[in-house]
Design a binder for this molecule. Structure first.
Ligand SMILES: N[C@@H](CCC(=O)NCCCC(=O)O)C(=O)O
Length: 255
């Protein structure tokens, strides 16, 4: 049986109707690159039954989003963010969920906003506008170009020489896409950096003491994941951890 992977949703108003949304590329990456069964995790906030949900899941994919984590979640200045740029219900869902997933041996792959959420959930902080930080490059996408170009390679990242990703990819740097303006400032105590841009921004993270696979990346491996070698390898490694979790879960139900 395929592992069951929960994908974090955003709240959106679609044609005037309040909705929970996940972009197709995340669903496709789980179904095709990870060969798993995707299921949406709605942004229900505090009413989410976190432990009940985690006990039924084999992995969590924390997605990217145009919205940012509310700065009040990490001691940032709330006046600098417009309310439309936030998704309070998503924060109230994903932050406790990711914190508990890491503790409960549920594999986590966290992408872009998800990567930032993982850091905040575990006690780290973010830059609200990386492009305004002295010495940092502008990590935002060019919104005027077609999607194919927006998700194309933008800059390289150096991989930690003794790190998980360098071992997985068998290289010390890769080219990645870049579509964000927030970014990690202070790393959460239980995370280590797995990759950096040349401006020093942390582009990938891992929780080395976590019982299961726990990786965050600032770039977008879900974009055409099944057809892009490093992205496919990352999703396959995540899937392998999810399969282990699935067989452990089944063994505990049977036994
Ligand atoms: N808003 C945050 C997060 C950036 C992010 O997740 N971008 C993804 C865009 C949509 C997608 O492809 O999922 C920031 O600006 O840092």
């Amino acid at each position: 049986m395929r592992p069951l992977i929960g994908i974090t949703a955003c709240t959106r108003t679609v044609s005037g109707v309040a909705s929970h949304c996940v972009q197709n590329k995340y669903v496709e990456a789980v179904a095709e690159a990870a060969q798993a069964t995707p299921i949406l995790i709605p942004a229900l906030g505090e009413t989410t039954d976190v432990s009940g949900l985690l006990s039924r899941l084999d992995g969590i994919l924390a997605t990217g989003s145009s919205t940012g984590v509310d700065p009040r979640r990490y001691g940032g200045n709330p006046r600098e963010q417009s309310p439309e740029g936030l998704d309070i219900a998503r924060d109230a869902t994903t932050l406790p969920l990711l914190r508990e997933a890491v503790r409960s041996s549920v594999p986590v792959l966290a992408i872009c906003r998800g990567h930032q959420e993982l850091n905040v959930a575990l006690g780290g902080t973010l830059h609200q506008f990386v492009q305004s930080v002295p010495g940092k490059r502008d990590h935002r996408e060019d919104e005027s170009v077609p999607e194919e170009q927006r998700y194309g390679p933008s800059h390289s990242v150096s991989l930690r020489s003794d790190g998980y990703l360098a071992r997985l990819f068998q290289t010390d740097s890769i080219a990645v896409n870049s579509l964000h303006e927030q970014g990690i400032d202070t790393l959460a105590p239980e995370l280590i950096a797995e990759a950096w841009t040349e401006d020093g921004l942390v582009e990938a993270i891992r929780a080395p003491q976590a019982p299961a696979f726990t990786i965050g990346v600032q770039w977008h491996p879900e974009w055409q994941a099944a057809h892009t070698p490093y992205s496919r390898e990352l999703f396959q490694a995540f899937a392998s951890a999810c399969r282990t979790r699935a067989s452990d879960r089944n063994a505990s139900v049977v036994g």
